[in-house]
Design a protein around this ligand. Structure first.
Ligand code: FES
Length: 78
């Protein structure tokens, strides 16, 4: 089932993306990563991919399930 997230004011639909990072990249936003690799299990330690999610604060985009991100996101690190 397709869902929608608001990223920097832009509505982005997603379905099978496994983390918020993939949805952000789908929106055309380059978000740097260091410890993340799409073919490996998520480690989430370097925090290079931190984004500001509404009502949650700064979270690592590579470790967040987009289906559970009920709120709009994202402004790159502050
Ligand atoms: S890329 Fe390292 S925490 Fe996300």
């Amino acid at each position: 089932m397709e869902k929608i997230l608001t990223i920097n004011g832009k509505k982005v639909s997603f379905d099978k993306e496994k983390n918020l990072l993939e949805v952000i990249r789908k929106a055309g936003i380059e978000l740097p990563t260091f410890c993340y690799h799409s073919e490996l299990s998520t480690y989430g330690a370097c925090r290079l991919c931190l984004v500001n999610v509404e009502k949650r604060g700064l979270v690592p985009a590579c470790s967040i399930n987009p289906g559970r991100s009920r709120y709009g996101c994202c402004n790159k690190q502050q």
